[in-house]
Design a protein around this ligand. Sequence first.
Ligand code: ZN
Length: 238
Amino acid sequence: MNKLETLQKWINESNNIVFFGGAGVSTASGIKDFRSKDGLYNMKYPYPPEEILSHTFFMNNPKEFYKFYKDKMNTLDKQPNECHKYLVKLERCGKLSCVITQNIDGLHQKAGSINVYELHGTIYKNKCMKCGKDYKVEDVFKSKDIPKCSCGGIIKPEVVLYEEPLNEDTIYKSINSISKADMLIVAGTSLKVYPASSYINYFRGKYLVVINNEKTIADNYASLVINEDINEVFKKLR
Ligand code: ZN
Protein backbone atom coordinates (compact mmCIF):
# COMPACT_ATOMS: atom_id res chain seq x y z
CA MET A 1 0.00 0.00 0.00
CA ASN A 2 1.36 3.43 -0.82
CA LYS A 3 1.00 6.40 1.50
CA LEU A 4 -2.16 7.75 -0.07
CA GLU A 5 -3.86 4.36 0.05
CA THR A 6 -2.92 4.09 3.71
CA LEU A 7 -4.35 7.53 4.38
CA GLN A 8 -7.55 6.61 2.56
CA LYS A 9 -7.88 3.38 4.52
CA TRP A 10 -7.44 5.17 7.84
CA ILE A 11 -9.98 7.85 6.90
CA ASN A 12 -12.45 5.10 6.03
CA GLU A 13 -11.83 3.47 9.41
CA SER A 14 -12.04 6.64 11.49
CA ASN A 15 -15.17 8.31 12.81
CA ASN A 16 -13.83 11.23 14.76
CA ILE A 17 -11.28 13.00 12.61
CA VAL A 18 -9.86 16.40 13.48
CA PHE A 19 -8.06 18.48 10.88
CA PHE A 20 -5.38 20.90 12.04
CA GLY A 21 -4.25 23.25 9.28
CA GLY A 22 -1.79 26.04 8.71
CA ALA A 23 -0.67 28.50 6.06
CA GLY A 24 0.04 25.75 3.50
CA VAL A 25 -3.69 25.06 3.23
CA SER A 26 -4.20 28.64 2.08
CA THR A 27 -1.15 28.89 -0.16
CA ALA A 28 -2.76 26.10 -2.19
CA SER A 29 -5.51 28.68 -2.87
CA GLY A 30 -2.98 31.26 -3.99
CA ILE A 31 -2.74 33.10 -0.70
CA LYS A 32 0.80 34.11 0.15
CA ASP A 33 2.24 33.21 3.50
CA PHE A 34 3.50 36.50 4.89
CA ARG A 35 6.17 34.59 6.79
CA SER A 36 7.69 33.21 3.62
CA LYS A 37 11.02 34.71 2.80
CA ASP A 38 10.35 36.10 -0.64
CA GLY A 39 11.61 39.51 0.32
CA LEU A 40 8.56 41.20 -1.19
CA TYR A 41 7.39 42.78 2.00
CA ASN A 42 10.75 44.00 3.07
CA MET A 43 11.16 45.84 -0.18
CA LYS A 44 7.79 47.54 -0.10
CA TYR A 45 7.33 48.17 3.61
CA PRO A 46 9.62 49.95 6.01
CA TYR A 47 8.88 47.38 8.76
CA PRO A 48 8.96 43.57 8.88
CA PRO A 49 5.46 41.96 8.69
CA GLU A 50 5.80 40.56 12.23
CA GLU A 51 6.20 44.08 13.52
CA ILE A 52 3.35 45.58 11.48
CA LEU A 53 1.01 42.79 12.58
CA SER A 54 1.64 43.39 16.27
CA HIS A 55 -0.66 44.92 18.83
CA THR A 56 1.78 47.70 19.67
CA PHE A 57 2.15 48.66 16.03
CA PHE A 58 -1.62 48.67 15.49
CA MET A 59 -2.14 50.99 18.45
CA ASN A 60 0.73 53.33 17.55
CA ASN A 61 0.45 53.36 13.80
CA PRO A 62 -3.00 52.22 12.60
CA LYS A 63 -2.61 53.99 9.28
CA GLU A 64 0.52 52.06 8.33
CA PHE A 65 -1.01 48.86 9.76
CA TYR A 66 -4.06 49.19 7.53
CA LYS A 67 -1.98 49.94 4.48
CA PHE A 68 -0.28 46.56 4.89
CA TYR A 69 -3.40 44.75 6.10
CA LYS A 70 -5.59 45.85 3.19
CA ASP A 71 -2.85 45.08 0.73
CA LYS A 72 -1.87 41.64 2.06
CA MET A 73 -4.82 40.24 4.01
CA ASN A 74 -7.57 40.98 1.52
CA THR A 75 -8.24 37.45 0.28
CA LEU A 76 -11.92 37.98 -0.52
CA ASP A 77 -11.39 36.95 -4.15
CA LYS A 78 -9.62 33.68 -3.24
CA GLN A 79 -11.43 30.37 -3.58
CA PRO A 80 -11.41 27.14 -1.55
CA ASN A 81 -9.16 24.38 -2.91
CA GLU A 82 -9.34 20.57 -2.95
CA CYS A 83 -8.39 20.37 0.73
CA HIS A 84 -11.16 22.74 1.89
CA LYS A 85 -13.70 20.92 -0.28
CA TYR A 86 -12.73 17.46 0.89
CA LEU A 87 -13.06 18.49 4.54
CA VAL A 88 -16.61 19.71 3.87
CA LYS A 89 -17.40 16.28 2.48
CA LEU A 90 -15.91 14.55 5.54
CA GLU A 91 -17.89 16.78 7.90
CA ARG A 92 -21.16 16.17 6.06
CA CYS A 93 -20.79 12.40 6.25
CA GLY A 94 -20.13 12.63 9.98
CA LYS A 95 -16.48 11.62 10.01
CA LEU A 96 -14.90 14.97 10.74
CA SER A 97 -15.64 16.64 14.06
CA CYS A 98 -13.92 19.95 13.35
CA VAL A 99 -11.36 21.95 11.47
CA ILE A 100 -8.81 23.82 13.54
CA THR A 101 -6.99 26.44 11.53
CA GLN A 102 -4.27 29.00 12.01
CA ASN A 103 -5.50 30.84 8.91
CA ILE A 104 -7.63 33.96 9.03
CA ASP A 105 -9.05 33.92 5.49
CA GLY A 106 -12.32 32.12 6.23
CA LEU A 107 -11.89 29.74 3.28
CA HIS A 108 -13.12 26.70 5.22
CA GLN A 109 -16.47 28.39 5.84
CA LYS A 110 -16.53 29.66 2.28
CA ALA A 111 -16.22 26.03 1.14
CA GLY A 112 -19.07 25.02 3.46
CA SER A 113 -17.45 23.75 6.66
CA ILE A 114 -19.53 24.42 9.78
CA ASN A 115 -17.36 23.49 12.74
CA VAL A 116 -14.26 25.63 12.31
CA TYR A 117 -12.04 26.88 15.13
CA GLU A 118 -9.95 29.80 13.98
CA LEU A 119 -7.05 30.01 16.41
CA HIS A 120 -5.75 33.26 14.96
CA GLY A 121 -9.14 34.86 14.36
CA THR A 122 -10.69 35.92 11.09
CA ILE A 123 -10.80 38.87 8.73
CA TYR A 124 -14.58 38.39 8.58
CA LYS A 125 -15.22 39.73 12.09
CA ASN A 126 -14.53 43.36 12.81
CA LYS A 127 -15.48 45.52 15.77
CA CYS A 128 -15.35 49.16 16.78
CA MET A 129 -12.83 49.48 19.61
CA LYS A 130 -14.90 52.21 21.26
CA CYS A 131 -18.56 51.10 21.11
CA GLY A 132 -18.21 47.46 20.06
CA LYS A 133 -20.35 47.74 16.94
CA ASP A 134 -19.81 44.96 14.39
CA TYR A 135 -18.64 45.73 10.88
CA LYS A 136 -18.46 43.68 7.71
CA VAL A 137 -15.18 42.68 6.13
CA GLU A 138 -15.97 44.92 3.15
CA ASP A 139 -16.33 47.93 5.44
CA VAL A 140 -12.72 47.42 6.42
CA PHE A 141 -11.18 46.66 3.06
CA LYS A 142 -13.10 49.39 1.21
CA SER A 143 -12.40 52.09 3.76
CA LYS A 144 -10.01 54.90 3.06
CA ASP A 145 -6.93 54.84 5.31
CA ILE A 146 -8.17 53.81 8.78
CA PRO A 147 -11.66 52.23 8.97
CA LYS A 148 -13.76 54.22 11.43
CA CYS A 149 -17.07 53.59 13.16
CA SER A 150 -19.95 56.07 13.04
CA CYS A 151 -19.05 56.86 16.68
CA GLY A 152 -15.55 57.88 15.65
CA GLY A 153 -13.79 54.80 17.08
CA ILE A 154 -11.30 52.74 15.10
CA ILE A 155 -12.56 49.42 13.72
CA LYS A 156 -10.26 46.52 14.58
CA PRO A 157 -10.31 43.14 12.85
CA GLU A 158 -10.76 40.11 15.12
CA VAL A 159 -7.44 38.78 13.96
CA VAL A 160 -5.00 37.75 16.65
CA LEU A 161 -2.04 40.09 16.33
CA TYR A 162 1.42 39.40 17.69
CA GLU A 163 1.50 40.08 21.46
CA GLU A 164 -2.23 39.31 21.71
CA PRO A 165 -3.55 36.16 23.41
CA LEU A 166 -5.57 33.56 21.53
CA ASN A 167 -9.28 33.31 22.33
CA GLU A 168 -9.71 31.03 25.35
CA ASP A 169 -12.94 29.46 24.17
CA THR A 170 -11.34 28.56 20.83
CA ILE A 171 -8.32 27.06 22.60
CA TYR A 172 -10.55 25.02 24.88
CA LYS A 173 -12.69 23.66 22.06
CA SER A 174 -9.66 22.87 19.92
CA ILE A 175 -7.83 20.97 22.66
CA ASN A 176 -11.00 19.18 23.67
CA SER A 177 -11.64 18.01 20.08
CA ILE A 178 -8.04 16.92 19.56
CA SER A 179 -8.03 14.93 22.81
CA LYS A 180 -11.14 13.00 21.73
CA ALA A 181 -10.21 12.40 18.09
CA ASP A 182 -9.33 8.98 16.73
CA MET A 183 -7.42 10.53 13.84
CA LEU A 184 -5.60 13.84 13.57
CA ILE A 185 -4.57 15.25 10.21
CA VAL A 186 -1.99 18.01 10.48
CA ALA A 187 -1.54 19.79 7.15
CA GLY A 188 0.20 22.79 5.70
CA THR A 189 1.96 23.76 8.87
CA SER A 190 5.52 23.25 9.97
CA LEU A 191 4.27 23.64 13.57
CA LYS A 192 6.61 26.50 14.29
CA VAL A 193 4.02 28.95 15.56
CA TYR A 194 3.51 28.64 19.28
CA PRO A 195 1.17 28.09 21.14
CA ALA A 196 -1.10 26.75 18.39
CA SER A 197 1.39 24.04 17.46
CA SER A 198 1.51 22.66 21.02
CA TYR A 199 -2.17 21.64 20.94
CA ILE A 200 -1.48 18.55 18.88
CA ASN A 201 0.26 17.12 21.95
CA TYR A 202 -3.20 16.46 23.38
CA PHE A 203 -3.90 13.86 20.72
CA ARG A 204 -4.41 10.36 22.16
CA GLY A 205 -5.97 8.68 19.13
CA LYS A 206 -4.77 6.09 16.70
CA TYR A 207 -3.54 7.88 13.59
CA LEU A 208 -1.52 11.07 13.43
CA VAL A 209 -1.00 12.09 9.82
CA VAL A 210 1.25 14.95 8.70
CA ILE A 211 0.84 16.41 5.21
CA ASN A 212 3.37 19.13 4.54
CA ASN A 213 5.99 20.01 1.95
CA GLU A 214 8.70 20.51 4.55
CA LYS A 215 9.75 18.85 7.78
CA THR A 216 7.70 19.36 10.93
CA ILE A 217 8.43 18.69 14.58
CA ALA A 218 5.71 16.03 14.56
CA ASP A 219 7.35 13.91 11.83
CA ASN A 220 9.20 11.76 14.35
CA TYR A 221 6.11 10.50 16.12
CA ALA A 222 3.55 10.70 13.29
CA SER A 223 1.96 7.48 12.03
CA LEU A 224 2.28 8.75 8.47
CA VAL A 225 4.15 11.67 6.87
CA ILE A 226 3.26 12.80 3.36
CA ASN A 227 5.56 15.39 1.79
CA GLU A 228 3.39 16.34 -1.14
CA ASP A 229 1.38 19.23 -2.47
CA ILE A 230 -1.82 19.59 -0.45
CA ASN A 231 -4.07 20.04 -3.47
CA GLU A 232 -2.66 16.90 -5.06
CA VAL A 233 -3.18 14.82 -1.94
CA PHE A 234 -6.78 15.86 -1.30
CA LYS A 235 -7.71 15.65 -4.96
CA LYS A 236 -6.99 11.93 -4.85
CA LEU A 237 -8.98 11.14 -1.70
CA ARG A 238 -12.61 10.07 -1.74
ZN1 ZN B 1 -18.19 52.74 17.45
